[in-house]
Design a protein around this ligand. Structure first.
Ligand SMILES: [Zn+2]
Length: 164
């Protein structure tokens, strides 16, 4: 587990290289996917598999949902905390089933980017299973009894082709 995916220069370099070649990655049920998967070489796929956890988090860090929250933090437009169980304290979105209190994954990443704090791979655990699949939290961080853990099957037949 990387304590800070920003320091994984190979993973970041790979993302930049793919982006320069017009290949955009997204995250579906714990897998990396791309509409441009046909452009990936075998070497790309091997690197994607090797750096998968860091890449999942890095892709989520550039997700629109993260960037919207980050922009709000940077503009000082954060309202009063939402103090209801099962809802994100910062944005009010639903939290994963096993989580009663705290912030959602996108808010957690945005906060850390805003304060330039490290992005540990363990942040994957605060995202819902439909996003991170196997990496969905097992209830450990908040003392929950453990949520159902998805098998992380990649969704096939849609717009996206799973790549790692
Ligand atoms: Zn949130």
């Amino acid at each position: 587990m990387s304590a800070d995916v920003w320091t994984d220069l190979e993973a970041r370099g790979l993302l930049l290289d793919l982006e320069a070649r017009g290949i955009v990655l997204s995250v579906h049920r714990g897998n990396l996917a791309s509409q441009q998967a046909g452009l990936l070489t075998d070497a790309d796929r091997a690197l994607l598999a090797e750096h998968k956890p860091a890449l999942l988090l890095l892709v989520l860090a550039f997700d629109d949902r993260t960037l919207v929250r980050l922009a709000r933090l940077q503009a000082g437009e954060v309202g009063p905390p939402v103090l209801l169980p099962g809802l994100c304290r910062d944005c009010g979105d639903s939290l994963p089933l096993a989580v009663r209190w705290g912030v959602c994954g996108w808010c957690a990443i945005a906060r850390r980017q805003h304060t330039r704090a490290p992005l540990p791979e363990s942040l994957l655990e605060v995202f819902p299973a439909e996003v991170v699949g196997l990496y969905a939290r097992r209830g450990a961080l908040e003392g929950g009894a453990g949520s159902r853990v998805s098998q992380g099957r990649s969704e096939s037949g849609g717009l996206f082709a799973g790549v790692a």
